[in-house]
Write a protein that binds this ligand. Structure first.
Ligand SMILES: NC(=O)c1ccc[n+]([C@@H]2O[C@H](COP(=O)([O-])OP(=O)(O)OC[C@H]3O[C@@H](n4cnc5c(N)ncnc54)[C@H](O)[C@@H]3O)[C@@H](O)[C@H]2O)c1
Length: 284
């Protein structure tokens, strides 16, 4: 299948990164956000990130300008009708994603593959909302998408080989390295990461150590580039809560039960770097 125009649903941290990587690799993109304000913020993130790439001589100014002209922003999901492939990157709420897939099924052509960038949710449940569950799969990128080389592909029991092959080629054309997981909560990476991050938040909440020492312990003792609380701020504290709640709802596994502090931080708007405060303060 010839993919020229890709639809992206959501232009937050992940959606904007996915759009950037697509247009830098020659695709046209139609990206949908819920309001003009969210769309403007997402597009501004792409402008800034591609400018940084120019400043670091990773992209020419001409190539940046040309890539940016291939992005069309919209607040109407119906505008994704001409797309040859769609990647959904809206917030991590299963009911919302199911609704988006149901609508995309009627908006896009029957042969168009519908992918979700979900971190943890059931691909089969989204697929079941469409008339083409064989054409639905997970394409889980990592943050920041222009920098992180990994793409975790998730096949539900209904995903066809053709859907997988086309999507793998798309992922490779974006320069990504691919791992493949079954459609089980958290797939490979988040099934490992989420219990570890929740443990770190519990340690901090219970006063085992300072946040700085928890992060330093992991950075210097385990050689991770970021500690778990720094990483939570980077990923989005709200996103961690949504992932944990959805994984707990599906598995009832206490390892995924969100610590009260996490829930309180989200209610209070401490969503991490993107809101200027999380476990740490980024307001300066
Ligand atoms: N943050 C990460 O590190 C990370 C990594 C991999 C995957 N993910 C997954 O990517 C998805 C998005 O996460 P994010 O970090 O970009 O969150 P985010 O909060 O930065 O962005 C989500 C965006 O989706 C928009 N949105 C909500 N409903 C929508 C709809 N119906 N149509 C279009 N847009 C809609 C919101 O306005 C928001 O801008 C989630 O499924 C998340 O689990 C996140």
């Amino acid at each position: 299948m010839d993919i020229k125009t890709v639809g992206v649903v959501g232009c937050g941290l992940m959606g904007s990164g996915i759009v950037e990587v697509l247009v830098k690799n020659g695709y046209n993109v139609i990206v949908r956000e819920v309001t003009d304000d969210f769309l403007d913020r997402g597009l501004a993130r792409i402008q800034a990130s591609t400018q940084k790439a120019v400043d670091r001589s990773k992209l020419t100014a001409e190539a940046r300008q040309e890539a940016l002209t291939r992005i069309v922003g919209t607040t109407k999901l119906e505008d994704l009708a001409p797309c040859d492939y769609v990647i959904e990157a809206a917030v991590e709420k299963l009911e919302l994603k199911k609704d988006i897939f149901e609508r995309l099924d009627t908006i896009t052509r029957p042969e168009v593959i519908l992918a979700s960038n979900t971190s943890s949710l059931s691909i089969a449940e989204m697929a079941a909302k469409t008339r083409k569950p064989d054409k639905v799969l997970g394409m889980h990128f990592f943050n920041p998408v222009p920098v992180m080389p990994l793409l975790e592909m998730v096949r539900s029991f209904m995903t066809s080989d053709a859907t997988y092959e086309t999507s793998r080629k798309l992922g490779e054309s974006l320069g990504k390295q691919i791992i493949v997981a079954k459609d089980l909560p958290g797939f490979i990476v988040n099934a490992l990461l989420v219990p570890y991050q929740l443990d770190a938040i519990r340690f901090y909440e219970n006063g085992l150590a300072t946040k700085e020492d928890i992060d330093k312990g992991v950075r210097l003792g385990l050689n991770h580039p970021m500690g778990p609380l720094e990483l939570a701020d980077f990923v989005g504290v709200d996103t961690i809560l949504f992932i944990a709640d959805e994984m707990y709802a599906e598995t009832k596994d206490p390892r995924y039960a969100a610590p009260p502090l996490l829930r309180r931080m989200v209610v209070a708007g401490y969503h991490g770097k993107k809101t200027g405060k999380g476990f740490y303060d980024y307001s300066k």
